[in-house]
Design a protein around this ligand. Structure first.
Ligand SMILES: [Cu+2]
Length: 200
């Protein structure tokens, strides 16, 4: 008798789990306007929803690795789980970008000893924004369709970013904030990850 009761409980639990999963699936599809294929994400296969955790000094996707298909809308749920500001930024050449930012920070620190580290970081990132924004957007505009090429998040903040890739290849996302790693950007301490885009 006891076994029968346990079996019934098991069936109810299974039905409840399936019902919750279906509701979650439908709600997410409606909320984001996409057909969300959770099952395909679980083993790191091509999928369309990724939760991205940003912290010192990692960009950690779940599932990992990030593998997406050309032409498939991808949703990145970005969460800053760290103690300092971080960013999620698409770059074409991470080493070049990291080097440019570090050199600019060192140059400014030498030229303006009156400035605080925080002021230098702000100025470097603003200058880099102005000088490189157009080039980055133009370059990335040819290969990705995105809400934006960069999202900045304060500790505890989260944001949803929609991206569609036009071309297969290996793309890089990185953080070039510098708090805690000055004059190098966080990317130089490993805060980057790759997005592998395969033919649809
Ligand atoms: Cu960072």
């Amino acid at each position: 008798m006891g076994e029968v009761v346990r079996e019934e409980s098991g069936d109810k639990l299974l039905i409840t789990v399936v019902a919750i999963a279906v509701l979650f699936f439908v709600a997410s599809s409606v909320a984001f306007g996409y057909l969300v294929v959770f099952g395909e994400n679980l083993s790191g296969q091509p999928g369309s929803v990724y939760t991205i955790s940003l912290r010192e000094y990692e960009i950690e996707p779940n599932p990992d690795p990030i593998i997406v298909r050309v032409g498939e809308p991808v949703i990145f749920r970005l969460v800053n789980e760290g103690a300092v500001e971080h960013e999620f930024m698409f770059v074409m050449d991470i080493e070049q970008m990291a080097s440019m930012i570090e050199k600019a920070a060192i140059r400014l620190a030498n030229e303006r000893p009156d400035l605080s580290e925080e002021e230098i970081i702000t100025m470097v990132l603003e200058v880099h924004d102005e000088a490189m924004l157009e080039m980055i957007e133009k370059t990335l505009g040819n290969v990705i369709i995105a809400d934006t090429y960069m999202v900045e998040l304060e500790p505890g903040e989260s944001e949803v970013l929609r991206v569609t890739f036009r071309e297969p290849g290996i793309y890089v996302v990185a953080c070039f904030e510098m708090e805690g790693t000055f004059p190098k950007p966080h990317a130089s301490s490993g805060m980057f990850n790759q997005i592998i885009v395969v033919e649809g």
